[in-house]
Design a protein around this ligand. Structure first.
Ligand code: ADP
Ligand code: MG
Length: 329
C-alpha cells in the first residue's frame, strides 16, 4: 500500500545565537534523522517526554517551520522543500488540531466565520450560503447545535472548543489530521468523548491521524502504531499492542513503567530513570538514552548498530524481548 505520509531522515536544528553580535554558538537538535510512515486510515502515535521533538515534527509536516534537511512526502509528493505557494492545494489535505483550543480559535470571530472562511478560501464552496449550510452540518457532526454559529469561542467549554477546532479541521475533508496533544488539557471524561468523536469521524471520512501525546494510556486505546521519540530520535516503533506488551528498547520500557497504569498486565517494576534529560544542544553520542539506561554498556556510546539504510528504529543492541534475564548482564 502506498503510504499517505512518508518522512525520511528528517532533521530540524534550531540555531542558537548569543552575545551582542548574535554569533551562532550551536543548535538545538530537535529532530535527528527521523523516519516515519503513515498509511491511509491509520492512527500513528508519537510519544515521548516533553522536549523530545514531537511538536517540531508536526510543524515540519505542515511546514509551519522549515526542516533543516530530509524529506516529507504526502501521497508521493515532496512537501519539505517546495515553495509554500505550491503547497496551497495540500493545505486542505492536512489539518492540525492543537492542545489549547481557545488559543487556536480567533477570539474575535464567531463560530460561523471560523468555519465558513476556510471553505471560501479554499474554494470548497462558491457562495456564503453554501458554506453556511456545510458549517451547520459540520457542527452537528462534532456534536454541537446550530445555536453555536453566532457565538464566540469564549462562550464554550474547553471540550466544546475542541469540538469546534475539530469541526474546522474536518470541514475541508482532509486526508490527514495531526493532533498535537489535542486531548491533553481536557478532563478524563471529556477526553473520552473527544476520542470517541475522533474515532467515528475517522471511520466516516477515512481519516488518518498523526496523534502526538505524552499520555500512554490514550495511545493504548487509540493508536494502531507507535513511534517513541527521545532527544529527537526514534528509539523504537511498532504496532501498539506489540510495543506495549513487549518493548524492545529500554527507553520504551522505562516510559511504560512510568505510566500510571502497568503495562503489560503482568507486574512490572517501576524503572526510575537516572539523571536529567540530556541537553538537545549536545546530545550523547551513540544511543541517546545510554546516559540514563539501566542496562548501558560501553558499546552503547558508539554509533548506532545499523547502517543508515537499515531499519528505521534505533535498535538497541539489547533487544529486551530476547533477553530472558537481563539482571545478570
Ligand atoms: N522555536 C524554537 N527555537 C529553539 N528551540 C526550540 C524551538 N521550538 C522548540 N525548541 C526546542 O526543540 C526541542 C523540541 O521541542 P518540541 O518539538 O516542542 O518538543 P515536544 O513537543 O516533544 O515537547 C526542545 O528542546 C525545545 O526547547
Ligand atoms: Mg509539544
Amino acid at each position: 500500500m502506498t503510504p499517505l505520509l512518508k518522512i525520511n531522515q528528517l532533521k530540524k536544528y534550531y540555531p542558537i545565537y548569543k552575545g551582542v553580535f548574535k554569533r551562532k554558538t550551536g543548535d538545538v537538535q530537535a529532530l535527528r534523522e527521523v523516519d516515519l510512515t503513515l498509511y491511509p486510515q491509520e492512527t500513528v502515535a508519537i510519544v515521548g517526554e516533553s522536549g523530545c521533538g514531537k511538536s517540531t515534527l508536526a510543524q515540519c509536516v505542515i511546514r509551519l517551520i522549515e526542516p533543516t534537511s530530509g524529506s516529507v512526502t504526502f501521497l508521493g509528493r515532496e512537501i519539505a522543500h517546495e515553495p509554500k505557494e505550491a503547497l496551497l492545494p495540500l493545505r486542505r489535505e492536512i489539518q492540525m488540531v492543537f492542545q489549547d483550543p481557545f488559543s487556536s480559535l480567533n477570539p474575535r470571530k464567531r463560530i460561523k466565520d471560523i468555519l465558513v472562511e476556510p471553505l471560501l478560501y479554499h474554494k470548497v464552496c462558491q457562495t456564503e450560503e453554501e458554506a453556511l449550510k456545510l458549517a451547520k452540518e459540520t457542527l452537528a457532526e462534532v456534536g454541537l447545535n446550530e445555536g453555536a454559529l453566532n457565538r464566540f469561542p469564549h462562550q464554550f467549554s474547553g471540550g466544546q472548543q475542541q469540538r469546534i477546532a475539530i469541526g474546522r479541521a474536518i470541514i475541508l475533508k482532509p486526508k490527514l489530521i495531526i493532533l498535537d496533544e489535542a486531548v491533553s488539557s481536557l478532563d478524563v471524561s471529556v477526553q473520552a468523548q473527544i476520542l470517541n468523536l475522533l474515532a467515528s469521524l475517522q471511520e466516516r471520512y477515512r481519516l488518518s491521524y498523526l496523534f502526538i501525546t505524552h499520555d500512554l494510556q490514550v495511545v493504548e486505546q487509540f493508536a494502531d502504531r507507535v513511534f517513541v521519540l527521545y532527544l529527537g530520535k526514534v528509539m523504537e516503533s511498532g504496532p501498539t499492542k506489540e510495543l506495549f506488551s513487549k518493548p524492545r528498547h529500554p527507553y520504551t520500557e522505562a516510559l511504560l513503567s512510568a505510566a500510571p497504569k502497568e503495562y503489560p498486565t503482568e507486574k512490572r517494576e517501576r524503572i526510575l530513570l537516572k539523571g536529567d534529560l540530556p541537553s538537545p544542544i549536545d546530545p550523547p553520542p551513540g544511543c541517546p538514552f545510554h546516559t540514563r539506561c539501566p542496562y548501558a554498556q560501553e558499546i552503547c556510546k558508539e554509533p548506532p548498530p545499523h547502517k543508515s539504510d537499515g531499519p528505521q528504529d534505533w535498535f538497541c543492541i539489547l533487544d529486551l524481548t530476547k533477553k530472558k534475564d537481563i539482571s545478570n548482564l
